[in-house]
Every structure is written in C-alpha cells, then in structure tokens.
Design a protein. Structure first.
Length: 86
C-alpha cells in the first residue's frame, strides 16, 4: 500500500481526537492533541456530526477556526473530519 504522509495543508487542524470529559453545556465536547498529548485546539461538531466515531484516531479537520477566550485556546468547528496516517 502507498504509505505516503498526509498533506497537512489540506486541513485546518490535525491531531489526535479526544473527548473532553469536563465540558460544560455549550463548550466543546472534543479536543485535538499533538503527539505529546497537549491540546492544540478544542473541537465542536456541526449538528448531526458524530465526532465519537473518530475518538482516539489521528484526524485532519476542515472547518471554521476560532478562539475561546474562556479556555484561552484555539477552537475549530468541524465541517469535515478525515482519518489520517500519522
């Protein structure tokens, strides 16, 4: 199989998708972490999108980038989530 690396420029964010257990209502339910486990961005899904299908997977996300002042963190509203090889 062709094991070429993914093209990160295709995505607004890439990383490991993990659930956020401490999320309060209205806050993102998931986050992207880097290979060291540090959060690089919080992730919210559009209605009808199930992020849980890709939990603990390396993913590339296309969507709307933003910033969450209350969490002092980057945020992305996922419009498309694609599993990638990391």
């Amino acid at each position: 199989s062709d094991n070429t690396s993914y093209d990160a420029s295709l995505y607004d964010a890439t990383g490991w998708l993990v659930p956020v257990h401490a999320a309060t209502k209205g806050q993102p339910t998931h986050a992207l972490t880097n290979d060291s486990g540090q959060i690089v961005a919080y992730v919210s899904a559009l209605p009808g999108m199930n992020l849980d299908l890709n939990v603990n997977q390396a993913v590339g996300i296309q969507g709307l980038r933003g910033y969450l002042p209350q969490l002092k963190a980057n945020h992305i509203q996922a419009q498309r989530v694609v599993r990638i090889q990391k």
